[in-house]
Ligand binder design. Structure first.
Ligand SMILES: [Zn+2]
Ligand SMILES: [Zn+2]
Length: 259
């Protein structure tokens, strides 16, 4: 049984997945649950400007499709960028169209988008600023999942040594554990220059040492070729790290399935 709780569709400004096709493929490949998590960023965001009409259309589309796929659960979710910086706007959208799953992610650090290939090699200052943003964002309520911790390394061959950020990362991990926020294991780095999970195995191991148990798998697919591309590879790595189960949503609660 597979689960993917991070997928972008054609209703997202940067995705082109047709939900009907996605569900058909997912069912054939043994998925039990998917979450559509299109971006919620301000309408003037230069990368993923929010369109409330598309957001509502997405929800309506999923609700309709769900009736045709009783054995595959599909959640209407959202990936919120810099939630703490856009809180009033995001909550106004949630009031109209509430998502069933909220991933909170950091994409922008000091005005730079760190989730795309960056023009310059990162610095320790950038890494610190990135983790600080994550830590600050986690004070916001109604976050279900912390998205792709360490995303700024996705396009860097061999990653980036942010060892001096270890205390900050520990603070982030302790905070999500205390608040029952799940840690996303984002598989999109496996086929990108990083060639690793996001967060990387060291952080996953540290999370476990600190008592963390809430692992969520997300492909961060924006196209159908990315969907189901790395689920098995990720599962192999996670099992080696001693992760035996992952989370899915059962109504409004978390539940686990074996990995
Ligand atoms: Zn993201
Ligand atoms: Zn995403």
């Amino acid at each position: 049984m597979k689960v993917d709780l991070h997928i972008h569709t054609k209703y997202s400004p940067d995705g082109d997945i047709d939900p009907a096709f996605l569900l058909r493929v997912a069912l054939g490949r043994g998925y039990r649950q998917l979450a559509i998590t299109d971006h919620i960023d301000p309408p003037n965001d230069p990368y993923t400007p929010f369109d409330p009409v598309k957001f509502r259309n997405c929800r309506n589309d999923i609700t309709l499709l769900q009736t045709s796929y009783p054995t595959l659960s599909v959640l209407f979710g959202a990936e919120v960028g810099e939630f703490h910086r856009n809180e009033a706007f995001v909550r106004s959208q949630f009031a109209v169209c509430p998502p069933e799953l909220v991933i909170a992610s950091i994409h922008m650090v000091n005005g730079a988008n760190v989730s795309v290939p960056m023009p310059k090699y990162p610095t320790s200052e950038l890494a610190r600023a990135y983790y600080r943003e994550n830590l600050e964002m986690l004070d916001i309520r109604s976050i279900d999942v912390l998205g792709h911790l360490g995303i700024y390394k996705r396009y860097i061959v061999g990653g980036f040594n942010d060892y001096d950020c270890k205390p900050l990362i520990d603070d982030i991990l302790k905070k999500i554990i205390a608040k029952d926020i799940a840690l996303e294991i984002n598989t999109s780095g496996l086929k990108r220059p990083l060639r690793n999970l996001i967060p990387e195995p060291e952080v996953i191991t540290r999370y476990k040492e600190l008592g963390g148990k809430m692992f969520v798998l997300g492909s961060d697919s924006h196209t159908m070729t990315q969907f189901d591309q790395s689920h098995e590879d990720a599962a192999v790595i996670l099992r080696k790290l001693g992760v035996r189960q992952i989370m899915y949503r059962n109504r409004n609660n978390w539940a686990t399935i074996p990995l």
